[in-house]
Design a protein around this ligand. Structure first.
Ligand code: ADP
Length: 475
């Protein structure tokens, strides 16, 4: 193992001491003896040897503490080198106690520096851990980019959403470029511009992610990180906040208001129109058709009322009206709904058939389940052929852990492309026919909402021309 010793300092000190001693000795000899004879030359040589020994000893004595000071500083600066040069063999604490005051003071200052550095490095390590945990816990995607557009850091949310594993493996030895991650030039440019403008930016952009097939909308904050002294931007931090759900909710709300106004305006326009006709008829005395026209007005107001009722029901459900859960007899609630709808069934001569298999009681909100049954049975009658059949059956659910009710008809059926969207608000397969029959397009949306509130589901199976079956499953 290499051993460290400040040889240069030791050498210079020895020579200086030796020269000083020699001059002193020669001066003394010359002063006392006047001439130097051969015996005194031998004596002078002996004296020189003694001077060398004394110089070596004194130089060593003064170099030793210097060696220790250098060692201590070395330990602060470069631990590896310190141990390579045999630093482990030195006692690490208070190595100058036996040395002069100045060296002890120096040691104490070095120790203070060491402690300060230690505290700083502990703080830095804790800060690093904190920010690492924060970044990994944060749901938003975070990335930092340097001046060359190379990624310095990204969190897990960024990796899972935007980083193609192939691109990552290709750039294992070099840094990943932001332009390789985002094919959107507009976005890469925003990062580049932030370096030049030194200003924070906030934009909304649709971006494809690896988690979804469709584009998602992100609110992106781009912040330049600057050196406080020079005001130079050394890094750009990008935070990607997914606002797709908010955007979707905004869109649905606007669509809903538009649809609701349209649905309300249609019967209202007809009512106003027919009331004008009736007024004119009454004025002119030509009242042969007035009764028919009044019936149209009557039908229109009934439609309006049913639409407003459905809108209010939906609004109450969306405001998370609490469930009034109680034990219910399935037969009783089903028979109640059937008896309410029997007049409608009689009009089309549709037969309503009820059966139950092993379901004696369910825990649910009576009024809401009545609404589910009414909407489903009413649809099964409305969208059925004349003389059709509607079967209502309670049974254990397929995996045996809950109950289900199925409402099956042998009516027109629903084409597969419509089945997915049936539960959307105001969605109607055949708008003209549905409006004519008196539907608001909200019935199935209400059913789905109520089932979700009960922790259950609703599904549909249908064959064109053969009929449709809606199944509601309770947990
Ligand atoms: P509506 O008030 O128009 O009946 P719903 O939300 O109850 O609204 O139903 C949405 C659409 O689904 C209806 O317009 C109709 O086209 C279709 N539908 C619902 N139930 C049936 C069924 N049993 N058979 C055929 N089509 C149906």
């Amino acid at each position: 193992m290499k051993k460290y010793f400040p040889w240069a300092y030791f050498g210079k000190l020895t020579i200086t001491l030796f020269v000083t001693l020699e001059i002193m000795c020669i001066s003394v000899v010359l002063f006392f003896r006047q001439t130097i004879n051969s015996t005194s030359i031998v004596q002078l040589l002996l004296l020189s040897l003694l001077n060398i020994a004394i110089s070596l000893f004194i130089a060593y004595r003064f170099t030793l503490p210097l060696k220790k000071v250098i060692f201590k500083a070395m330990r602060l600066a470069n631990k590896k080198l310190y141990y390579q040069l045999g630093g482990d063999q030195l006692s690490q604490d208070s190595i100058y106690q036996s040395e002069p005051m100045e060296f002890s003071e120096l040691e104490s200052y070095l120790d203070q520096i060491k402690n300060k550095l230690k505290n700083k490095s502990v703080q830095a390590a804790q800060g690093y851990e904190e920010s690492k945990t924060l970044m990994s816990e944060i749901e938003d995607a975070v990335v930092s980019v340097d001046q060359n557009g190379e990624i310095l850091f990204f969190n897990a949310a960024f990796a899972s959403q935007f980083i193609d594993k192939k691109a990552l493996s290709l750039s294992l030895n070099s840094k990943l470029k932001l332009s390789l991650v985002f094919r959107k030039e507009e976005l890469v440019k925003l990062f580049e511009e932030a370096f030049i403008n030194k200003k924070a930016e906030k934009v909304q952009l649709p971006i494809y992610t690896y988690l979804n097939e469709a584009e998602r909308v992100f609110s992106i904050s781009i912040s330049p990180l600057k050196d406080k002294k020079t005001d130079e931007v050394f890094e750009i931090l990008g935070i990607f906040h997914d606002i797709s759900e908010i955007k979707l909710a905004e869109r649905l709300r606007t669509e809903f208001v538009e649809n609701a106004s349209h649905e309300l305006r249609t019967p209202l326009t007809s009512i106003i129109g027919y009331l004008d006709i009736i007024k004119a008829e009454l004025k002119s005395g030509h009242t042969q058709s007035t009764l028919d026209h009044l019936q149209i007005v009557d039908k229109g107001t009934a439609k309006l009322k049913s639409l407003i009722d459905d809108l209010l029901t939906l609004s109450r459900l969306e405001n998370k009206e609490p469930l009034n859960l109680q034990k219910l007899d399935p037969q009783m609630i089903t028979e109640d709904a059937i008896s309410k709808l029997t007049p409608l069934a009689l009009k089309k001569n549709v037969t309503l058939k009820y059966s139950s298999h092993n379901v004696s009681a369910i825990t649910a909100d009576a009024a809401k389940i009545d609404q589910v049954l009414t909407n489903l049975i009413e649809n099964a009658i409305k969208y059925n052929r004349d003389n059709g059949l509607v079967e209502i059956n309670w049974s254990l659910s397929q995996h045996g852990k809950g109950f289900q009710i199925a409402v099956k008809d042998n009516g027109f059926g629903i084409a597969p492309e419509h089945q997915k969207r049936l539960f959307e608000r105001f969605y109607r397969v055949d708008k003209a026919r549905s409006r004519d029959i008196g539907g608001s397009g909200l019935g199935l949306a209400i059913v789905k909402h109520i089932m979700n509130m009960h922790g259950g589901t609703v599904s549909v199976k249908s064959d064109m021309g053969l009929g449709t079956e809606f199944t509601c499953t309770f947990p």
